[in-house]
Design a protein around this ligand. Structure first.
Ligand SMILES: C[S@@+](CC[C@H](N)C(=O)[O-])C[C@H]1O[C@@H](n2cnc3c(N)ncnc32)[C@H](O)[C@@H]1O
Length: 279
């Protein structure tokens, strides 16, 4: 079905080396906490949609072990190439099968549908115009009694303090660049309804803390991830006339000074929801 809105939109952050560095940072910060929420069992068969650089996909594969099976699906060929390079350099190329494909039309063979124990997607739904179509593909891929687990952003839940000068204008432009591309910057709050509407049962939700404060070991990496995400979306913001160059520059400068402030704090968390595919 196509009613004029593209089903699969452009990915706002792209796949430049700087963006790939930012995505790696994000993985370093979040992977252990997200893994706990997945509650994986040895031997499980897992599908990871929008697998990016594959660091989390490989962690999933290490967790389910050699009796499990993990397939990562990624649309961008640069991300897939880099995911394979990273897996090679860690001597883990046999752990995960990376497949190029669209989460809206999963590249699964006839006999694979309905056989996965877990379908997972992290920070993917915020990049597609119709997240319900991705959930439908996830549900179809999982066996009865298996699980669908999604993590995603809600860009309203983002509070740096002391507030950096120029931050609000920059953040609003960033958030609006998502809806200009047809995707939902607030999809995190919709995760439970998306799972419920997708026919899943026994739904639970939680949050994974994604903030920190000055003096914490990982705070600089968290601040760098934030600045990197905003810098990566600069072209979308400027070309969409959501912000002018000077406001962009002063917003980023404000964040750089904030990052060095002795009481800088960021309050933020990623939304997570899980549901069971009914028998
Ligand atoms: C923010 S990254 C997250 C990557 C990974 N899940 C992680 O948490 O590290 C989103 C990824 O989804 C991919 N992507 C976006 N739309 C997609 C689609 N329709 N099908 C498959 N992958 C998609 C992007 O290319 C990008 O690599």
């Amino acid at each position: 079905m196509n009613d004029g809105v593209s089903e699969s939109s452009e990915y706002i952050h792209g796949s430049s080396p700087e963006e790939q560095h930012r995505l790696s940072l994000l993985n370093d910060i979040l992977n252990e906490s997200c893994l706990r929420e997945l509650n994986l069992q040895p031997g499980e068969k897992v599908l990871d949609l929008g697998s990016g650089l594959g660091q989390f996909t490989r962690l999933i594969a290490r967790t389910v072990g050699s009796n499990g099976h993990v397939v990562g699906i990624e649309r961008d060929r640069h991300q897939i190439l880099q995911a394979k390079r990273l897996a090679d350099s860690s001597e883990e190329s046999r752990l995960v099968e990376f497949r190029k494909g669209d989460a809206l039309e999963l590249p699964l063979s006839g006999s694979e549908w309905g056989t996965f124990d877990v379908a997972h997607a992290r920070f993917l739904l915020e990049h597609v115009p119709r997240p319900a179509l991705v959930i439908a593909q996830m549900v179809r891929s999982v066996r009865p009694g298996g699980r669908v687990i999604v993590f995603d952003d809600d860009h309203d839940d983002f509070r740096p303090w002391p507030e950096p000068p120029g931050f609000q204008a920059l953040w609003q432009a960033y958030v609006r660049s998502y809806d200009r591309l047809g995707s939902d910057p607030y999809v995190g709050r919709r995760l439970v309804s998306l799972l419920r509407d997708g026919g899943l049962t026994s739904i639970r939700n939680t949050c994974v803390f994604f903030g920190g404060c000055a003096g914490n070991e990982r705070f600089q990496a968290i601040a760098d991830n934030l600045i990197g995400a905003l810098e990566g979306a600069k072209d979308s913001m400027l070309s969409g006339e959501l912000l002018d160059e000077e406001s962009f520059r002063s917003g980023i400068e404000g964040l750089r000074s904030w990052k060095a402030h002795s009481s800088a704090a960021l309050w933020y968390s990623a939304c997570c929801a899980e549901g069971i595919v009914p028998h």
